[in-house]
Structures are given as C-alpha cells and as structure tokens.
Design a protein around this ligand. Structure first.
Ligand code: NZQ
Ligand code: ZN
Length: 391
C-alpha cells in the first residue's frame, strides 16, 4: 500500500427534507451573500429551488441566482457568474443540482478571487490558492462532485473539456443529500449516474499497487451493491432505500475513500472527456462505451485485476486463463449496462463514425504522451481502445 493523505472534510447532511436545513448550514459557514447556481429548470419544476430559497430567507441569508447551467458545462457561464459575483459581492456559492452545476459553482468560486483568467487553472497555468466556499444541494447521484475537490469545464473555443483538481480549496464544505429529490430523474439519467459512479470506483480499483486488500474489498463491495440497487431502481424508481443507497454510493465512489493507498488510473475518464467534448454526449453514457473497450484492451495487456473484477463482481468462475476470465467479465458488464438502458458502442451512442484520429490527437495534446497508469497508453494504444469501442 502506498503512503496517502486522506482529507475529506465535507459535512454530509443526508435524508428526507434535509434541504430545509440549507439556510442554517450556510450561516454556520459565515456567509452573507450567496449565489445560488442551478441548471436548466428541473429544480424550478420540482419546487426545490423555492424550498431552498425559503430556507435561506428563514435564516436571513441574502442571495442572488444564476440559472441555465447546461450538462457538460461551458466557460461562458463561468465568466458570467464571476462578473455577477464580483458585482454583487457574493461570498458563498450554493450549487443546487448535479455535477454540471456544482462544477460551474466551483469554477466561479475559484475565479472570483483570482486576478487572471479562471481558465488558467484548468489549463495548468496557475494553481488555485483560494476560493469562495461552496455548498451543495444534490439532485442527481453521478459525478460525485459533492464530495470531490474536482471540477470539469469545457472551453467552447477549441472544445477542450478539462478537469481541475484542488481538493484543499474546492471540496464543498457541506452537501445536502435528500434521496427523494432523485425520484424525478429520468431512467436514462439514473443509469448514466450509475455508470459514472461505478467507473469512479473502477479507475481506483484497476491498479498495479500491491497489498491493498481493504481498498479492493471496499471497491468490490460497493460495486456489487450498486449493481443490485440498479436492478431495483429500474423496477421501482420511488423506493426510498434504493435511491438512498444509490445516492450515497455516488459520494463514496469519488470522495477518495475507495482509492486510498493505490496508484489510480483515470485513462477511461480522459478518453471519455474527449468524446463528450466533441460530441456532447452524457458523461456516464460515454463511459459505458469507453470502459468495456478499455477493459477488453487490458484483458490482453494486463489481465490480472480485470479477471479479479470479473470473478468478484460478476461471479465469473476462477480459471488459469486470466484473459478469458477478463473477457467474460467485460461481456457481463456490457450486458448489465445494456439492461439498465445504456449504450456500449459508439454506434449505440449515436456516433456512427467517430473521428478517432481527432480524439486521439486531442487526448494526447491535453494529457501528454502517456495516459493512465494500469497500462500507460500511448497514441497507438488509445487509438486501439477507441476502435474497440466501435465494436
Ligand atoms: O439542468 P436540469 O434541468 O437540472 O436537468 C439535469 C440535467 O439535464 C437533470 N437533472 C438533475 N437532477 C435532476 C434532473 N432531472 C430530473 N430530476 C432531478 N432530480 O440531469 C441532467 C444531467 O445533469 P448533470 O449535472 O449534467 O449530471 P451529472 O451529475 O452527471 O454531471 C455531469 C458533469 O460532471 C462532470 C462530467 O464530465 C459532466 O460534465 N464530472 C465531474 C466530476 C467531478 N467534479 O468530480 C467527476 C466526473 O467524473 C465527471 O467528469
Ligand atoms: Zn466520471
């Protein structure tokens, strides 16, 4: 097991009606003027935005709003938010929504107190030293941004979807998580969220680091549980405990717990980010296409952990032929993704002829000559994985 620092100070307030505590939580973090950030309207239609506003009013917290954040959020909304926050002297960001809303709130939080262009942080030209505090009312379990120090923004000019990691300053101070808020999620969004949280675990699990039994078992146990809950939520989308388990899984998948002591991979995410930057697909659906292809490639290049996954998560019988075990595991994973309504090839994702050369070029421009760790991907390897994702 490698040395590690685990610092995950977000206060999670979980359960029914917890959004009514948002005002009280914001007060605790000494906020005076809050910017509420939200998406394309689901929180207006469900009445959640109104309930959050009422909770702030009850505590005498002043607020302004920035709505209209789209999935795969882009830089113009961040610039708009930074200008607005400076004009209105905002000192706290409250994201009411999912990963796209939270990531935009984090970008604004860092940009407001920075003299230069906020994109410097994403382009790796500057480090985030300080930021406004961020709180979250979560409406979709998926990205895990409510407990992560990451944010992902797409720059429209140049179609660059880049992630920034700054856990010391950008991890939310609190996250309100009411599973009932997720009853209104369309089945496809629920499934995309499940794929995303599974892959957050797998990016940590597929490691060459030895002696990480606890992390391995945490990952396998959480994956097994989420697969079980995924079948249940398809049958009964308004079962509280099912939604609650899925919601909490989304958080622990990405707040660092599952990967302690391991060298993590993340190549599948970087491959997918190029796909969603170029074609605007939902992140979780893109992952459902990329990850089986990545695993198929690994079945021949480094099958050990893929075979272990196949056996312990998808009950593939043990054998000496690790490659065969790994490939059977991939086929069971694909079957599961299809069952919950996800695509597993580019064609099923609606991209008949992906521009693979461009995807490879952008990937290595953004992430360097070698990508990932489980097997480091050069351009030839990443091309092979994109090609496998067509089959
Ligand atoms: O915009 P509204 O109208 O709110 O609708 C949203 C949106 O269309 C809808 N939705 C959310 N909650 C709902 C709901 N619809 C009905 N009922 C509800 N309760 O769902 C759609 C998707 O929302 P979005 O915020 O885009 O989803 P998600 O949480 O999957 O976030 C995706 C973004 O997060 C990034 C992804 O790349 C993508 O840009 N990621 C962020 C990470 C991080 N910060 O740590 C890590 C991830 O790997 C990921 O890359
Ligand atoms: Zn993800």
């Amino acid at each position: 097991m490698n040395n590690f620092v685990f610092y995950s100070p977000t206060e999670f307030v979980f359960g029914k009606n917890t959004e009514s505590r948002t005002g009280e939580l914001i007060r605790k973090y000494d906020a005076y003027k809050v910017m509420i950030v939200y998406g394309g309207g689901s929180v207006v239609r469900s009445g959640l935005l109104q309930r959050v506003e009422a909770a702030l009013q009850a505590e005498g917290v002043e607020y302004i709003e920035l709505g209209g954040i789209q999935p795969n959020p882009t830089d113009p909304k961040v610039y708009e938010g930074i200008d607005l926050a400076r004009r209105e002297r905002v000192d706290f960001m409250l994201a009411v929504g999912g990963g796209s809303v939270i990531d935009t709130a984090k970008a604004i939080a860092a940009g407001v107190v920075y003299d230069g262009d906020f994109w410097d942080f994403y382009a790796g030209k500057a480090k985030v030293q300080k930021a406004l505090k961020v709180g979250v009312v979560l409406t979709i379990p998926a990205a895990g941004s409510e407990g992560s120090g990451n944010t992902v923004i797409t720059k429209v000019d140049g179609l660059q979807k880049l992630s920034l990691r700054a856990p010391e300053v950008l991890r939310p101070v609190f996250a309100v998580m009411n599973p009932e808020l997720t009853y209104t999620l369309p089945p496809y969004q629920t499934a995309c969220g499940i794929a995303d949280m599974m892959v957050h675990i797998m990016e940590r699990y597929f490691t060459n680091t030895q002696g990480v039994e606890i992390s391995d078992r945490l990952c396998e146990g959480t994956l097994t549980a989420i697969i079980k809950e995924a079948y249940k939520v398809k049958q009964n989308p308004e079962d509280y405990d099912t939604r609650a388990n899925i919601m909490w899984c989304g958080t622990i998948a990405h707040n660092g717990t599952c990967g302690v002591g391991c060298e993590e991979d993340w190549a599948s995410h970087f491959l997918e980010h190029e796909v969603s930057a170029l074609y605007g697909v939902t992140h979780g659906a893109g992952l459902a296409v990329i990850v089986p292809a990545w695993m198929t490639f690994m079945a021949t290049h480094n099958p050990k952990k893929i075979a272990q996954f196949a056996h312990r998560v998808f009950a593939v019988p043990e054998s000496d032929d690790l490659e065969e075990m790994a490939l059977t595991g991939v086929s069971r994973l694909k079957h599961f993704f299809r069952y919950i309504g996800l695509p597993v090839t580019f064609g099923e994702l609606g991209i008949e002829h992906p521009d693979i050369d461009l995807l490879v070029k952008k990937l290595h421009e953004h992430k360097g000559e070698l990508v990932g760790n489980y097997v480091k991907l050069n351009k030839e390897y990443s091309k092979e994985i994109f090609e496998l994702a067509c089959k």
